[in-house]
Design a protein around this ligand. Structure first.
Ligand code: PMV
Length: 313
């Protein structure tokens, strides 16, 4: 029986989320936390999704579900036989860590490899996966897909929709903490567009500030200046607060993280819930994660990831 196993990283946005949709640059990185996709030719189509808290969802007959629709469309456009497809997500979904982009990319890579006996190139994956991203997010900036397809640490330009700079170091720890609240990215992106209409040129100033933060952040990260990065994260969080995508639980967890020794912390991704990221020394990352876990906010430590996607046949 033909089968393929694929692994896609998640991502965090360190600077510039939301503003990137309006043309700023943003800094993001792939993380060493993964979505695994297993696909095998079978007698009938079956699709299951397992989340990081081990809940299993049967999506086979959920034709209205965006992921199922995407899979059925790809199977038909690639003229593939029926497959058994298992998606296992190793990090919180709908929480700012790019699960939909990782799932979209992993499914495209796995089905393409099954069909053509070779792994697709980046552009081929992007073209296929962008379909699901648009279905879920409406008008994505493209940062999520570009981050996981590039790997490493990227400076992404929302205006040209291109990766403008890239480097890799894996020695910087981020603690990811889940607020437990789920939200819909498209809705938050819509609320920010509404804010833009209301405050006009002030919004433009915020976009320009986010752009400068992302550029400086990229330099500081390359240099490993954690203290400087921490300060920038707090300034960026102030901008996210200003456009209405933070909330009291996010703010509470951020201050808690600073009290425990983080250099800086902020929401990551669309906000409104989801996850926060804390930047700290390797030595205190475990303590911060342990304390948040004890408080009932699932936490784990990640590092930048630049490895491959391991598409096996
Ligand atoms: O929350 P996520 O992982 O969907 O991240 C979205 C990032 C945004 O900047 C809010 C939207 C986008 O398309 O760039």
């Amino acid at each position: 029986m033909d089968e393929v196993l694929v692994r896609e990283p998640g991502k965090i946005i360190v600077f510039g989320e939301h503003f990137v949709v309006h043309g700023s640059r943003a800094l993001s990185l792939a993380i060493n936390s993964f979505v695994n996709i297993h696909v095998a030719v079978d007698d009938a189509i079956s699709i299951t999704l397992m989340t990081n808290d081990k809940k299993i969802f049967d999506l086979t007959d959920q034709r209205e579900n965006s992921i199922s629709k995407y899979i059925y469309t790809l199977i038909s456009s690639l003229s593939l036989p029926p497959v058994n497809l298992k998606i296992e997500v190793g990090f919180p979904i709908s929480a700012g860590l790019g699960s939909s982009a990782s799932i979209a990319s992993g499914i495209a890579r796995a089905l393409y490899t099954l069909k053509f006996n070779r792994a697709p190139d980046k552009d081929e994956v992007y073209r296929m996966a962008d379909r699901l991203e648009r279905d879920i997010h409406g008008n994505p900036s493209g940062i999520d897909l570009n981050t996981i397809l590039e790997g490493g640490i990227i400076l992404y330009d929302g205006a040209s929709r291109k990766v403008v700079e890239k480097f890799y170091r894996d020695d910087i720890p981020f603690v990811i903490t889940d607020t437990g609240d789920r939200r819909i990215t498209g809705r938050l992106v819509g609320s920010v567009a509404d804010m833009k209409r209301r405050v006009g040129e002030i919004f433009g100033l915020l976009v320009r500030t986010a752009d400068s933060i992302s550029q400086l952040g990229f330099k500081l990260l390359r240099r490993g200046d954690l203290e400087g990065l921490g300060r920038l994260m707090m300034i960026n969080q102030g901008l996210l607060y200003a456009i209405g995508v933070s909330n009291s639980k996010i703010d509470y967890l951020i201050y808690k993280s600073l009290d425990m020794g983080a250099y800086g912390a902020k929401l990551t991704g669309a906000g409104g819930g989801g996850c926060i990221i804390s930047l700290c020394d390797e030595g205190v990352a475990g303590d911060i994660a342990d304390e948040f876990n004890k408080m009932g906010y699932p936490s784990f430590i990640v590092h930048p990831y630049s490895g491959g996607h391991i598409a096996d046949r």
